[in-house]
Design a protein around this ligand. Structure first.
Ligand SMILES: [Fe+2]
Length: 270
């Protein structure tokens, strides 16, 4: 399955690139998704290797898990193409599900369904009617673990690409200057409130650039596996992300406080 997935991803990427090739922003955006998809597989491989649950799974489940990792953003390319050509925004998780479940080479549950809600709040997965109707306990357990895997690896890869290729890709994660006042150098109260509640920040509340970065940092509160925390620490990602945050937030006392708050939170898992 994984080998076919590589070909599928490449062809979707190339098709999209062909459409947007004259627009620098979109070329960068498309390329980032291509690099990101492969980094998600890399981060996921680390989790698979270190989490005891995966070590007990048969080869076909591991193959499906790796396929889900690689293809989780396969419909991003369609999303980008439609945004570029028609100004339309589609849900790339839902779209990937619709697309992959029609393709017999991909497992409907372990690949297509595990991807469907990767970008949504977790409740969307647990409240999905088809998941609720699924009676096979073992399959439910496998789908859930792959869902967690994709979510964690997706976050780690996003943290990593922003920290390691900041000049090229950070702008894709920040609001455009016409949306947010870049002279505002502090996070706002509701965002801090969510953060100190160990919650992923409510995106609709973001008002300043530090809000956007803190919302991004709050993804740490949504990691599911211990190995994910270990991997982030290994790559020194929390420190690197705070170095970015500090560029946009001028309150050094607050920066230090938030950084030690997050690091103390992460220590509980390692
Ligand atoms: Fe992703």
């Amino acid at each position: 399955m994984l080998e076919q997935a590589k070909l599928l991803l490449k062809s979707e990427y190339e098709k999209c690139l062909q459409v947007v090739k004259k627009d620098n922003f979109y070329v960068n955006y498309t390329t980032e998704k291509w690099v990101h998809s492969r980094q998600v597989l890399g981060a996921g491989n680390f989790i698979i290797k270190h989490e005891p649950w995966f070590q007990k799974q048969p080869d076909d489940v591991i193959d499906a898990a790796k396929t889900a990792l690689l293809l989780h953003d396969v419909a991003r390319f369609e999303e980008i193409t439609r945004r570029f050509l028609e100004g339309i925004k589609i849900d790339h998780g839902e779209r990937a599900y619709e697309k992959l479940k029609e393709m017999s080479e991909y497992d409907e549950w372990l690949v297509a369904f595990a991807i469907k809600h990767h970008g949504h709040v977790k409740e969307c997965f647990y409240e999905d009617e088809s998941y609720l109707a699924l009676k096979d306990e073992n399959l439910r357990d496998q789908v859930e673990h792959i869902f967690w895997l994709v979510r964690d690896a997706d976050k780690i890869a996003n943290f990593n690409i922003v920290c390691e290729e900041r000049e090229k890709y950070l702008e894709l994660f920040l609001p455009s200057p016409d949306k947010v006042d870049y002279s505002e150098k502090k996070p706002t109260e509701p965002i801090l409130h969510d953060f100190y509640d160990n919650k992923t920040v409510d995106y609709s509340l973001r008002k300043s650039v530090p809000d956007y970065i803190l919302a991004f940092l709050s993804w740490y509160f949504d990691l599911n596996y211990k190995s994910s925390v270990v991997f982030c620490e290994k790559l020194n990602l929390p420190d690197k992300m705070f170095a970015i945050f500090e560029q946009y937030c001028d309150d050094q006392v607050l920066n230090d406080k938030l950084k030690s708050y997050l690091k103390d939170y992460l220590k509980r898992f390692v």
